[in-house]
Design a protein around this ligand. Structure first.
Ligand SMILES: C=C(O[C@@H]1C=C(C(=O)O)C=C[C@H]1O)C(=O)O
Length: 112
């Protein structure tokens, strides 16, 4: 059994681990921001080319890749899928907004 810890030892250890968590959270925030920057650029390109906001084939490939990565990392595929589902849903919501704004700003095509 693990050796009991004094309250002071426990608090010092928790502080050390929380510092690690704070560093990871900061990195995650910047990585998520960078991901939305990339998906935003894709949204603008799709809108200019009148491509649909959702790409189900790409999402399917990502799902398979992430499930493999989750297994390699010893994580539940459901946890990883849930995290990415939020980001993908939000990216697509933003693509729809970009598409709507682009449509409003684009003059109607001249009749042939
Ligand atoms: C960013 C894209 O648009 C959508 C958002 C995705 C994502 O957030 O990873 C993936 C596929 C698309 O449904 C894309 O087509 O690559």
């Amino acid at each position: 059994m693990a050796k009991p810890l004094s309250r002071e030892e426990a608090l010092a250890e928790i502080d050390r681990l929380r510092h690690g968590i704070d560093c990871i959270d900061a990195a995650l925030v910047y990585m998520v921001a960078e991901r939305f920057r990339c998906t935003g650029e894709i949204g603008a390109i799709k809108a200019r080319a009148a491509l649909p906001p959702v790409d189900e084939a790409r999402e399917g490939r990502q799902k398979a890749r992430l499930a493999k990565l989750a297994a390699e990392a010893g994580l539940s595929p459901d946890v990883v899928e849930g995290l990415f589902r939020y980001m993908t849903t939000e990216a697509v919501r933003r693509h729809r907004e970009i598409a709507a704004r682009t449509q409003q700003a684009t003059p109607p095509a001249k009749p042939a």
